[in-house]
Write a protein that binds this ligand. Structure first.
Ligand SMILES: [Zn+2]
Length: 475
């Protein structure tokens, strides 16, 4: 079987994280836990005569998201009516932006494995969501809480060749939108929905064949499985001499198959026209400029790799969200040690947070980052052993307080006073004549025992490295 190349483009719908819906003051139901039809009003229920009023927060977050994706922001964009009939659409039309979207021509960089790839964004526009049909036995119920909620639709160029690329892009998009504060983009809560356009071609060809639009992809893992399945389905059709039809297919993740959905109508069928109840959305240059995003999670990840020389996994974890990344940057600034800051966060503090029964976040820790930086400083100065430092962080975590006070209270401060330690070494040598003789006779294993005796004699506070050196010199 000859190999075929996958060609994919993505259309992603993301719920904008605004307080209210897009054109009315109803609460934006970002989660679907509320009672049905609680957040509705004459406008989002489609009553005749109710007029839209554009939410400024939606525009603000839309512009921020556009910048995050390195798009050009259109100083003037226009809302259009897309008319169709469906019970979840009470007005009989959706308000969207077909001809002049708010943002165009962007890019998103993402690591696919350890390779940095750039995916092109064709456009991003703002539009209203529909309600939700709930099927109950032989009847269907409608919940309009979601009707009129703001969405961003993000359309990419057909730049994806593997499912790993698709998943890497979606993860980066999710991080980016959270970073920009534009959306929580939680797939489980329906805040991020993705359709994948898939076609295949022989390697080396640059034609775009008939594409199939896959819908109902409700999780990252479902997306992976659906792509795999659709690739095989198209290859089989082509191999048996057929042609892949242009259609929309719904993915059934439980069965692991897809089936055709109502055929995609021509754009003409929607009778698009400029929304008569809304003027064009005009944004000043200043409005657009001040919403630029100064850095992105991917920039921080690259900085952690190239400047701090962190391991790829650590760089990924520390740049996963703004809170983690800001905390890490602050800790590096305070401690001056990027590597130690990384290991105290990823291996000590995160482990404590994971094991904790109360849900502690970096924002609700009982101690300020200065105290963790102080622990790092003490370890660097040999005032605290690396082993004991974990107990100090644990105490900071459970009780709060000051690192120095905890070190003294627990008697963990390491003694680096060579003359004081020398006295300890002399005493240990005098009291363990038998072992000293064995060591001098060539039994090197006794050395560890003697260091242990020194540690014991100093109540665990002597610096083991200095004990080592002193013992070596004296024996
Ligand atoms: Zn409303």
């Amino acid at each position: 079987m000859p190999a075929y190349e996958l060609v994919m483009g993505l259309e992603t719908h993301v719920r904008v994280k605004s307080e209210t819906k897009m054109f009315c003051s109803c609460r934006n139901a970002t989660e679907l836990a509320d009672d049905a039809n609680e957040h509705t009003c004459p406008f989002c229920m489609g009553f005749p005569g109710a007029l839209p009023r554009l939410s400024e927060a939606v525009v603000d977050l839309g512009v921020r998201a556009g910048h995050a994706m390195k798009c050009a922001i259109n100083p003037e964009s226009i809302f259009d009516r897309k008319s169709y009939f469906y019970p979840d659409l009470p007005a009989g039309y959706q308000i969207t932006q077909l001809f002049t979207p708010i943002a165009v021509d962007g890019t998103i960089d993402a690591f696919v494995g350890d390779k940095l790839k750039t995916f092109r964004i064709e456009r991003m526009h703002l539009e209203t969501d529909a309600g939700k049909l709930v099927h109950a036995g032989s009847k269907s119920l409608i919940d309009y809480n979601r009707a009129g909620s703001p969405l961003m639709e993000i359309v990419t160029k057909p730049d994806f060749r593997t499912r790993e690329e698709v998943l890497a892009y979606l993860e980066e998009l999710q991080k980016l939108l959270r970073f920009a504060g534009a959306s929580d983009a939680d797939m489980e809560k329906g805040q991020l929905r993705c359709d994948v356009n898939i076609s295949i071609r022989k390697p080396g060809e640059d034609v775009l064949n008939n594409r199939v639009e896959l819908k109902n992809l409700n999780s990252f893992s479902a997306i992976g499985r659906a792509i795999e399945h659709e690739y095989r389905r198209q290859v089989e059709i082509v191999e048996s001499g057929g042609t892949v039809g242009q259609e929309t297919r719904g993915w059934d993740d439980e069965k692991g198959t897809s089936s055709p959905q109502r055929s995609k109508e021509d754009a003409m069928d929607y009778r698009y026209f400029p929304e008569p109840d809304l003027p064009p959305l005009v944004l000043s240059t200043e409005y657009i400029e001040v919403r630029k995003l100064d850095d992105r999670p991917i920039d921080r990840r690259i900085r952690y790799l190239s400047e701090y020389r962190l391991l790829p996994d650590d760089a990924r974890i520390l740049s996963r969200d703004r809170e983690t990344s800001d905390y890490y940057d602050e800790l590096v600034r305070l401690s001056g040690d990027a590597k130690k800051s990384c290991s105290y966060l990823t291996t000590v503090l995160f482990a404590l947070m994971d094991a904790s029964e109360s849900s502690v976040t970096l924002a609700t820790l009982r101690f300020v980052p200065e105290e963790l930086a102080r622990v790092i400083a003490m370890v660097t100065a040999n005032e605290l052993s690396s082993t004991n430092s974990k107990a100090v962080v644990e105490t900071l975590f459970t009780e709060g307080g000051k690192a120095d006070e905890i070190v003294d209270r627990l008697g963990l401060r390491q003694n680096n006073d060579t003359s004081a330690l020398e006295a300890v070494v002399d005493r240990v040598i005098a009291e363990n004549a038998e072992q000293v003789a064995e060591y001098r006779a060539g039994n090197e294993r006794v050395f560890g025992f003697l260091v242990g005796q020194c540690m014991k004699a100093s109540a665990g506070q002597g610096n083991p490295k200095i004990f080592n050196e002193l013992l070596k010199a004296k024996l």
